[in-house]
Write a protein that binds this ligand. Structure first.
Ligand code: F6P
Length: 557
């Protein structure tokens, strides 16, 4: 990477945006709508079937222009081109970042170290397809000759969240007679509660781990294998009931899974960007390979928008820049994701990994400290449920909290008037958060309701909502595989853009390593004798508590 990529926060563009932010925080965004009838038309757009309104953000045209200038200064689109060209933009791991190749439905050659990866990508898709068809047709049977009815994905993080999220989102397409289950946590009840309702004769385990070295996944997979072998005639039966998705053939073989039943992924696919690879095998088993490919089609359509456009036409670019604006210039710490529609219930958890594992960084790609804040804390939950719970803080709390409202326009489950009410709530909430309600409005309303002046004086201030909370709204016609693919790709690229502005490596995750290492150090002392060299006081106290309880159990036996 060349030196001039690293422009600091003192650049004239950054300083100009800081001045604008101070001005804008003094104004109420309502003014912009009152004085500018075409604001929503200009600050909105469509991409790959998604309708995106960002006019409720605290931005004006000159802010958007300034942010686009910042993107130029930070060479965001050059980095985008480098990603699509297979350059090693994941510098700290010296890896290319090519999840876009997994859904490159045009088959345009994409080169990694000079070699087109598309033949390999297509070969794995073909392998997935023949396997999925064999399971669906009943050609693939369990050790006792039964058809497979249940698929259990054992994986964690990127080998769990995206697949889980998509299976829930597209559950209304699940017509292939397969149920899917997800086991991710090392907490014993996660696996135990799933096994309790399963029949080993009809269950297929997908052990999903890019590294095939993740403690939780391997522990759960070993327990699943033990459970399975209690019913199976011999170890040979494993090959009909366990498949793996990984980069590591040797580790898969050592575990006892036939490498013929392994679906490869590659180092150039980051875990949190891997649902498009064979990590998505449970999606294909649950919905059919045609739906999995449609998911890839949707993501590819958005990729092409991101790859081929610039400026305001590039909505992932704009949304990523607005994330930077909110975090660094307006001083917000979090981003709330509010999917309306129960099927998108796992979206916040998936995006949490995509955004926070990617952009929760404190040094730039050149190893120097960043000079601004990086990723916001991403959180969220389902609308309308959240409206009756935590939205209170957005309406009347003291913090600026940007949010995204997301929904399909049509439902697959038309019951009564619920979809109309759902959409009304979505539209109303973002409006209420923006407009708020002034003291004068509250007083006028209370007077109209016949309240006494003394009551108005006592209560009115409690009912004021300041408004001005920024939001995006993302709508799509229906929860189809294409729409979900486009939606997820939009977020991936938006995260990419913010990371590029911050000049960090959005594709490594060194921070998570420390906790893994310490878990290994502590584990031998759980419930056993005291370590020769005590840990810090808090760790020691916790170990003592655990030991006391476990030893009490032993004495009682
Ligand atoms: O611990 C974090 C992480 O490395 C994620 O980046 C990854 O998605 C997850 O663990 C699972 O890793 P693997 O697929 O190698 O088991």
């Amino acid at each position: 990477m060349r030196k001039e990529r690293y422009a600091g926060r003192m650049s004239p563009i950054w300083q100009l945006l800081e001045v604008k932010a101070t001005e804008h925080m003094r104004r109420h965004p309502n003014e912009w709508f009152e004085t500018d009838p075409t604001r929503a038309d200009r600050l909105s757009g469509r991409a790959a079937g998604l309708s995106i309104d960002y006019s409720k953000q605290r931005v004006t045209d000159d802010v958007i222009d300034g942010l686009l200038a910042l993107a130029d200064e930070r060479r965001v689109l050059a980095l985008r081109d480098a990603m699509f060209a297979g350059e090693h933009i994941n510098g700290s791991e010296d890896r290319a970042v090519l999840h876009v190749a997994l859904r490159n439905r045009s088959n345009r050659p994409i080169r990694f170290d000079g070699v087109d990866v598309m033949p390999e990508v297509n070969a794995v898709l073909d392998h997935m397809e023949s396997f999925v068809e064999a399971v669906h047709s009943g050609a693939w049977r369990g050790f006792a000759g039964d058809r497979i009815t249940d698929v259990v994905n054992i994986g964690v993080g990127g080998s769990d969240l995206g697949t889980r999220m998509v299976c829930r989102a597209l559950g209304s397409y699940a017509d292939r007679g397969i149920r899917v289950h997800f086991v991710s946590n090392i907490a014993p009840s996660d696996l135990a509660s799933k096994l309790a309702v399963l029949d080993p004769k009809t269950t297929l385990f997908v052990v999903a781990s890019k590294s095939f070295g993740t403690q939780e996944t391997l522990a759960n997979a070993r327990s699943a294998r033990r459970w399975f072998l209690r019913s199976a005639p011999d170890e040979a039966a494993i090959k009909k009931h366990f498949v793996a998705v990984s980069t590591h053939t040797e580790r898969v073989r050592e575990f006892g899974i036939d490498p013929a039943n392994m679906f490869p992924i590659w180092d150039w696919v980051g875990g949190r960007y891997s649902l498009w690879s064979a990590i998505g095998l449970p999606i294909a088993l649950f919905l059919g390979m045609d739906r999995f490919k449609a998911l890839l089609d949707g993501a590819h359509a958005l990729d092409e928008e991101f790859r081929l456009t610039s400026g305001r036409d590039n909505l992932a670019l704009i949304l990523g820049l607005i994330d930077v604006w909110n975090a660094d210039f307006l001083g917000s710490d979090s981003l709330a994701i509010f999917p309306y529609g129960t099927r998108l219930g796992f979206l916040p958890a998936h995006l949490q990994q995509v955004m926070m594992e990617s952009n929760g960084k404190r040094v730039r790609i050149d190893g120097q400290p960043v000079d601004s804040h990086t990723s916001p804390v991403l959180w969220g939950g389902l609308g309308t449920n959240g409206q009756h719970a935590f939205y209170q803080l957005l309406h009347q709390g003291t913090r600026l909290i940007p949010s995204d409202f997301i929904s399909a326009i049509r439902t697959h489950s038309p019951i009564g008037g619920q979809q109309r009410q759902l959409l009304a709530n979505l539209v109303a909430q973002s409006r209420a958060l923006m407009l708020g309600r002034t003291l004068e409005e509250v007083e006028a309303q209370m007077r109209a309701e016949g309240a006494a002046e003394s009551t108005i004086e006592r209560i009115a201030s409690h009912r004021v909502c300041p408004g001005g909370q920024p939001s995006n709204t993302i709508l799509f016609p229906q929860m189809t595989p294409e729409a979900v693919g486009a939606l997820l790709a939009l977020y991936e690229h938006r995260v990419f853009v913010a990371g590029a502005v911050w000049q960090i490596d959005s594709f490594d995750q060194w921070g998570v390593e420390l906790g893994k290492q310490m878990a290994d150090e502590v584990e031998p002392f759980i419930g056993t004798d005291e370590p020769a060299e005590p840990f810090d006081g808090s760790t020691q106290w916790l170990l003592d508590e655990i030991r006391a309880h476990w030893q009490a159990d032993q004495n009682a036996d």
